[in-house]
Design a protein around this ligand. Sequence first.
Ligand code: GLV
Ligand code: MN
Ligand code: MN
Length: 413
Amino acid sequence: MELQIDRERLSRELDELGAISAEPAPVVTRVVFTEADLRGRRFVKDLCIEAGLEVREDPIGNTFARWTGSAPDIPAVATGSHIDAIPNAGRFDGTVGVLGGLEAIRSLRRTGFQPRRSIELMVFTSEEPTRFGIGCFGSRMMAGALPIAAGDKLRDPEGKSLDDVRRAAGFTGDLSLIPVSKEKYSAFIELHIEQGPTLEREQVDIGIVTAIAAPATLRIEIEGEGGHAGALLMPQRRDAFLAAAEIALAVESAAKATGAIDTVGTTGICDIFPRAVNSIPSRARMEIDVRDIDGTRRDVVLASISRAAEEIASRRNVTLRNELLNADPPASCDPGAVAELETACQTHGASYRFMISRAYHDSLFMSLIIPTAMIFIPSRRGVSHRPDEYSSPEAIATGALVLAETLSRLSRE
Ligand code: GLV
Ligand code: MN
Ligand code: MN
């Protein structure tokens, strides 16, 4: 039987998963280990079981759904992505790679195909950094790129430890069991929406990702002095928010100063305390995202932001705590896996182009332990991390078809 994606079913399942959210549709908010995340996980696991896959979870909730091949002991072929979603997100980031990956597997099963290598769908825990400040948490731990002790120390904004939160969610094993050995998998292919405008603008079906930009996150905590907004006169103030505001402008200047269009800097979080209109902010907590395809240039920007922050803090007489949460190198995709994607596109008449990923993905970490490549599909107007994020059912089905073809080739050899 011919390889065919069930487009209607896949679209329906994406809608159903999209409706599992802490906020009403069209907003998707599914932060790791919240009730919405746990319901999303249940939804995906049930579909995997229904598809005849064998489901297992690691101590941090990374989920693996396996179709055992005829040679079960040789390295498996994997695909997957994430289902957690940042606050005020859309329906397609991550989920297309999870439900599209599942449909790719189901489509192969429908043809009667029997893989030699096992094929596994991976659903990574907390690709988004929302709760614990660090992106790709699950895949990072799987790759051994986050020391167990560092993982143990993570806390959410309410001060709850990762350990308590994961245990409450039902994941209790020892964190030392998470890292995966390089011998277990022969390839990892992630299907994802582009989250940028290139494919739509150029009317190309598929982006074959060759490299992933290097992300970094800084957390800066500022302590000044609070007081009455009417009574404390301007010369006496040590306003933590004003220092934060200057630092945010320094982030913009440092990113622009490289002169490279590929350098980006964003202050996505700035929480102030006590948040009362008639009270001078005594504390501020910022989280700053800096990325570039060139890791060295990105590090120059990080250093420049830190220097500017020190200068601003000393001039404004506030104290500063500056913590680099992560500074990851860029990743290169595996040339062999990239070639397989090209063949798969050609086999099914899908137009394609090579591109880099400016967003990060679990592939950034899988590439450290498994030969990895990514399939991008067009995002309407390049919009992502917003409720109006959209990819058409046709585009998603094309991505899933190219994925299915690639999984069949990689699992045959
Ligand atoms: C992933 O969501 C990213 O921020 O690139
Ligand atoms: Mn995202
Ligand atoms: Mn994503």
